[in-house]
Design a protein around this ligand. Structure first.
Ligand SMILES: [Zn+2]
Length: 281
């Protein structure tokens, strides 16, 4: 395993190297890397002097519709927007979401295949050229809000910047939770909501971190519970599947922040890593 110096190490093109994976933490976000912008009006909590995530209600509504459209199947997509900072510190503005339409339906497993990335890349280039991929969302139909080992693997390999997040939604329970990097692992964290369109928000809608941790203790964080499903979902698919992530290595080469495109020939044929990863300078 290579060990990189966090933050201050630079690539040959002068961009910042990724932070060390072992102690990845939202506290490593460098405020001055990101443009100044005051948070719009929000509900769901208070602006605290730390990294916080603001999600538009329209994004939540879109994720809810996506999850409820196939309630028995896990679905996934990416969160889109930008990182900003205000007087209280850095904050994440989740303004859009892109459904992972290209995902295979096989075994209802949440994976980011080459087709999924190609679709996401196309929508990013076409609709959100000035935004970046902030993380991902996926659904746990009926088995609660937590991250399985496979989810952590995906977070680690595809969404490993200290500012990137994961959102899990249970369409049956009507609950959702957000996870951000803390001490090298995605941890539950409450998020703020911008009411840009009508949506139902009640205490059951956003289980607090304490409730999420209790759920993790009771149900385990090692795997997703899958009622009435074979235990294949959320496991790393067989290594011969060319589209699927393979433990222990990442499916796609990690992009150094500042680099918008993979170098030619660095990705497997037909695959592309998210290019909207990098801080604007
Ligand atoms: Zn999951």
């Amino acid at each position: 395993m290579t060990t990189k110096t966090p933050i201050d190490a630079t690539d040959d093109d002068g961009s910042l190297a990724p932070v060390s994976r072992a102690n990845r933490d939202a506290a490593q976000i460098v405020v001055t890397d990101w443009p100044r912008r005051d948070m719009p009006a929000f509900t769901g909590g208070a602006r605290e002097p730390r990294y916080q995530v603001l999600v538009r209600q329209s994004v939540l509504n879109k994720i809810h519709r996506h999850g409820k459209s196939v309630e028995e199947t896990e679905v996934c997509g990416v969160l889109v927007g930008n990182v900003h900072h205000d007087a209280a510190g850095p904050w994440l503005y989740v303004e859009q979401a892109i459904e992972g339409n290209g995902a295979t339906e096989r075994a209802a497993q949440v994976t980011f295949t080459a087709e999924t990335w190609a679709h996401i890349q196309l929508v990013m280039d076409r609709d959100y050229p000035d935004r970046r991929i902030l993380g991902w969302y996926h659904t746990h139909p009926g088995f609660g809000i937590f991250l399985s080992d496979m989810d952590v693997f995906i977070q680690d390999n595809f969404f490993g910047e200290p500012w990137q997040v994961a959102l899990v939604y249970d369409p049956k329970a009507g609950e959702e939770g957000l996870f951000l990097w803390r001490n090298g692992r995605p941890q539950p964290d409450p998020f703020l909501v911008e009411s840009d369109e009508p949506g139902r928000i009640d205490p059951h809608h956003h289980p607090g971190p304490r409730r999420l941790l209790r759920h993790a203790r009771e149900h385990g964080v090692g795997r997703c519970r899958r009622p009435r499903r074979p235990p294949r979902r959320h496991r790393a698919p067989p290594a011969h599947d060319p589209d699927a992530p393979r433990a222990p290595g990442p499916l796609l080469p990690r992009l150094a922040p500042g680099r918008r495109r993979l170098p030619a020939g660095s990705a497997p044929p037909g695959t592309r890593a998210p290019a909207h990863h990098a801080p604007v300078r």
